[in-house]
Write a protein that binds this ligand. Structure first.
Ligand code: 4AD
Length: 433
């Protein structure tokens, strides 16, 4: 019986000098006639395995020669430290056991167009770059959970099928719920407000759907949002949680994903500066800044991507734009008591042109004002009776926010487009694969 250890590429660093077996795929191959350099991958990483003709049996040499891109195999050999290798070690091959020979793998080392790659997304995610992005995405999710778990928040799951809207009715996905009408959730916030009244500090992490006819590098139809909601927390305290939260995520990726950031050739010098506190600029001052810098922008308009980018360029860190006009924002935001034409809200704009990653606010807690907003926005009181109850039975000041996961991944990874930030993106004209 063989006693060879079965391990992974990632764990092989603990087996220098030992013979191990690794289940893997062939990523690429070079041959000098007498030596075959096999680049193998197993999900945990990429490693070079070297087969020397004079040192292996003819059968093993032939098996190695037959391997094509993405063939699957068990490879056995000695792990040797090698300082020239990116991972610090490689394998000297002793045995190759083919599981399946892959023929005509469609993604070759040559350049492919975006549409071709998107049609083959199920295979594209095997590439070193796409793997690095998905590993960083997973690390961001880990950092999110760690941040909230360490601060006494409870994870709460709001529903995905809902009877009414949260962020306005223009971009809802409609479906039938037996005989009733239903919509896919645009935000779990209203339910999270109910949960905060029960558990104090809560957060959700789930899919969000927006039927937006926007074909931009920042818009997905289905994206994932993290939505904390906190009882007895005001606007200013809400901003403090946000800056600590975002700084924690960035620092956690810098610490735990060095190799992946290298694979993406991400310049991390700006990310290293992302520590609390973040700068704040009011909507009023942002309007003034834009007009002083060549834009024609009127108070009351909403910022587009070029405006956000221009504002963000003045800062090295993410910047909060606070207190937007009441008319621009959602019905539930609390007006500034000193100036009711603006609300106690903030959008957090990422540096380097990545745009808004967080939207948040203090919520209206006064029942009379909430009723007034329902009339102004022509919302059905019957449909939202449960939400109005929250202002009737022990209403308290409370605040929360939503962080878009994919825009955060795009920023931290330095990607041009959100389509690479999620395993299977849902875009305006893409539902496949
Ligand atoms: O600003 P939004 O619409 O806020 C809300 O939905 C609030 N109810 C959140 C809350 O307070 N609990 O969205 C929040 C974030 C945005 O800043 C952005 O990062 C992301 O969600 N986002 C999108 N990401 C990708 N594609 C889209 N179409 C997005 N729309 C919003």
């Amino acid at each position: 019986m063989s006693t060879v250890v079965k391990t992974t590429i990632g764990e092989a660093k603990h087996h220098f000098g030992e013979t191990v077996t690794i289940g893997c795929w062939l990523h690429g191959k070079r041959s000098s006639g007498k030596i075959q350099f096999l680049q193998v991958r197993d999900g945990t990483g990429f490693m070079q395995a070297v087969a020397v003709k004079n040192e292996v049996s003819e059968t093993v040499w032939e098996a190695a020669s037959r391997l094509t891109q993405e063939s699957s195999l068990y490879i056995t050999g000695v792990i040797r430290e090698d300082t020239r290798s990116k991972i610090g070690y490689e394998m000297t091959v002793e045995n190759v056991e083919i599981i399946q020979i892959s023929t005509d793998y469609p993604i070759t080392p040559k350049e492919h167009g975006v549409d071709f790659l998107m049609d083959h997304r199920h295979l594209w995610i095997r590439s070193p770059r796409q793997r690095a992005i998905l590993v960083i995405r997973a690390q961001i999710i880990r950092a999110v959970q760690q941040f909230f778990d360490e601060r006494g928040f409870h994870l709460v799951d709001p529903p995905i099928l809902t009877p009414s809207s949260c962020e306005g009715t223009t971009n809802l996905f409609h479906t039938k719920y037996f005989d009733e009408d239903a919509f896919l959730t645009q935000s779990g916030q209203l339910y999270m407000e109910a949960a905060a009244m029960a558990l104090g500090r809560v957060y959700s992490f789930g899919p969000t759907f927006r039927a937006e006819k926007s074909k931009t590098r920042r818009h997905l139809i289905e994206f994932w949002m993290i939505e904390p909601e906190m009882a007895f927390v005001d606007h200013e305290e809400n901003l403090q949680v946000q800056e600590q939260f975002v700084a924690h995520i960035v620092q956690s990726v810098l610490e735990n994903c060095k190799k992946e950031l290298e694979t993406l050739e991400r310049d991390t010098s700006k990310l290293e500066q992302v520590k609390a506190p973040f700068p704040r600029i009011s909507y009023d001052d942002a309007v003034k800044f834009l007009n002083d810098n060549g834009f024609e922008f009127e108070w009351g308009e909403d910022f587009g991507a070029p405006h956000e980018t221009a504002i963000a360029q003045s800062y090295d860190k993410p910047v909060f734009i606070t207190k937007y006009p009441t008319s621009l924002k959602a019905f539930y935001m609390k007006p500034d008591p000193e100036r009711p034409d603006v609300v106690l809200c903030a959008d957090l704009i990422a540096p380097e042109g990545y745009g808004e990653i967080i939207g948040g606010s203090q919520r209206i807690d006064d029942p009379a004002l909430m009723e007034q907003r329902f009339q102004e926005h022509e919302l059905s009181k019957e449909a939202y009776q449960w939400y109005l109850d929250l202002r009737k039975y022990g209403s308290v000041p409370h605040s929360g926010f939503g962080l878009g996961l994919e825009r955060t991944v795009a920023w931290i990874c330095g990607l041009d487009h959100v389509r690479e930030t999620i395993p299977f993106p849902r875009l305006l004209y893409r539902l496949y694969p």
